[in-house]
Ligand binder design. Structure first.
Ligand SMILES: [Zn+2]
Length: 489
């Protein structure tokens, strides 16, 4: 198989992906700021992150994935100006910032589950002697880690302490007139047209806050060596990526909008603290556009969210298919018609999976003719994550199966689906007829899980229970198939 290639924003070129340690990938993704529901444009980024992680796994890598959740310090402007986004919502809703964050984290997790996005496990709060290697971690649970990094930056001479906060000395880091690594812009170009908050304490208006002091109206505050205050937005990503994944990351993702400010600042903070390169590959997804015109969100002035699609009777995975149908570096036009068109593709694949016969399900070897499709799929995937081509290959393979009246493609199809994340295997639980009541599907799934953890006593018990309810379960190589017994109908 051709090695995995990806566009590296650091070098503005498609490059072969080679991690630092063979077989292991450390991957950090900038996650959501949890003060509103994530709109579909936000969710496109997480579909991209999930597909990339799955593609690396498909290539045999052990992917250690960390995503942050911003629940403090992100101001209404990406620079330091304005109000803390979480606190603004908290004031408007009469809730505590923690309540606001908890609410929108739960909603984010639900949306990810509906889109079959596999998030890393939630990290336990506070210090742990052996941090997990994959984690979904909250900024407010990692204040100590941020204080430690700020301390290193100050000790190395790149941060300075003033009454209003600890600031990063951007010009000292970049050198006179120096350009940023990613955006390749000078500070003047980078901030052209922006109104920068010029605190008299800052050496330069381009300097940004690492730790904010003396803001008594701010609800969330912590003690630090510099006084009581709260972190700036950018420092959390430097601190948490370091804590969980080490000082040099293989891969770092975010949206294109992160390039000029957030990611430049992350690089500056991390490298001035450690003296090592921060991330070896930066990848950025393009935007979802046209949401303003989509007549779907009822309240004006709000971008559509996944619940709007669900309320319109659309399978949420149709949105996943829509995202996969475009290259991640291209803008993708959103419209309700485009989602409905994508839904047809998922219906087509589900229909095929649902009607698979037992020969196809239990055969260890797929038909010879599938090899060509497998090759094309890998080729597309490893060519800078060309998901539209990968998806087209899958649809063509299924069409060919219909044409040849040969269903022996199930192993190959499942391998593809491990990357595309369309959950086709689930259709097996709806099984031969697709008419089982949800209770039966649930029991079959529970039995499958018992088998996976080798709890055969429980699995037999569930088989007997299903039998008593009139359903026969057969175990095939790739999962269970359930059929209604004739006598039961
Ligand atoms: Zn970040």
């Amino acid at each position: 198989m051709k090695p995995f290639q990806i566009y590296n924003s650091l070098h503005r070129a498609v490059e072969e992906f080679v991690p630092l340690r063979p077989g292991i990938v450390t991957f950090y993704s900038c996650g959501p700021t949890v003060y509103l529901p994530q709109h579909l444009g936000n969710m496109r980024a997480y579909v991209f992150v999930d597909t990339l992680r799955r593609a690396l796994r498909f290539n045999g890598y052990d992917v250690r994935h960390v995503m942050n959740i911003t629940d403090v310090g992100h101001m209404t402007s990406d620079a330091d100006a304005g109000e803390d986004k979480i606190e603004k919502t908290a004031r408007a809703q009469g809730k505590s910032p923690r309540e606001v964050a908890d609410f929108y984290i739960a909603q984010f997790k639900r949306d990810c589950a509906s889109l079959n996005i596999e998030l890393p496990p939630a990290a336990p709060a506070g210090d742990h002697p052996a941090p997990p290697q994959s984690a979904l971690c909250r900024a407010t649970d990692n204040i100590d880690a941020m204080i430690a990094v700020i301390g290193r930056i100050v000790a190395n001479g790149y941060g300075y302490v003033t009454p209003s906060g600890v600031y990063f000395d951007v010009e000292k880091w970049r050198g006179p007139g120096g350009a940023g690594r990613l955006a390749r812009q000078s500070l003047a170009e980078q901030h052209a047209g922006q109104r920068l908050e010029h605190s008299p304490d800052k050496k330069s208006p381009h300097d940004f806050a690492l730790w904010v002091l003396n803001q008594p109206h701010h609800l969330m505050q912590w003690d630090s060596p510099w006084g009581r205050g709260y972190p700036g937005w950018h420092i959390e990503c430097s601190a948490m990526s370091m804590k969980y994944l080490g000082e040099t990351l293989d891969l770092h993702s975010g949206g294109l909008d992160h390039i000029p400010v957030h990611h430049e600042n992350e690089i500056a903070q991390s490298e001035s603290a450690t003296g090592h390169p921060f991330a070896r590959y930066f990848v950025h997804n393009a935007f979802l556009v046209g949401m303003e015109g989509a007549k779907i969100s009822k309240s004006a002035g709000r971008f559509p969210v996944l619940d709007d699609l669900i309320a319109a009777g659309i399978n949420p995975l149709a949105f996943r298919v829509l995202c996969l149908g475009a290259k991640y570096r291209s803008e993708l036009a959103f419209s309700i018609d485009s989602v409905r068109a994508a839904e047809k593709n998922i219906d087509y694949l589900n229909e095929f999976a649902r009607n698979l016969n037992e020969t196809a399900l239990s055969s260890e070897q797929d038909a010879d003719w599938t090899a060509e499709y497998a090759e094309r799929f890998c080729e597309a995937l490893n060519n800078d994550l060309n998901t539209p081509q990968a998806l087209a290959t899958v649809l063509e393979m299924v069409a060919q199966a219909y044409r040849l009246r040969d269903q022996r493609i199930w192993n190959t199809l499942q391998n593809f689906d491990d990357v595309l994340g369309l959950d086709l295997k689930k259709k097996l639980f709806e099984s031969s007829t697709g008419l089982e009541p949800p209770e039966i599907s649930r029991l079959v799934k529970e039995r499958e899980e018992a088998r996976e953890r080798k709890d055969f006593a429980r699995s037999d018990e569930l088989r007997n229970q299903l039998d008593a309810m009139g359903y026969l379960v057969k175990d095939t190589k790739k999962g269970s198939v359930v059929t209604a017994k004739r006598s039961a109908t």
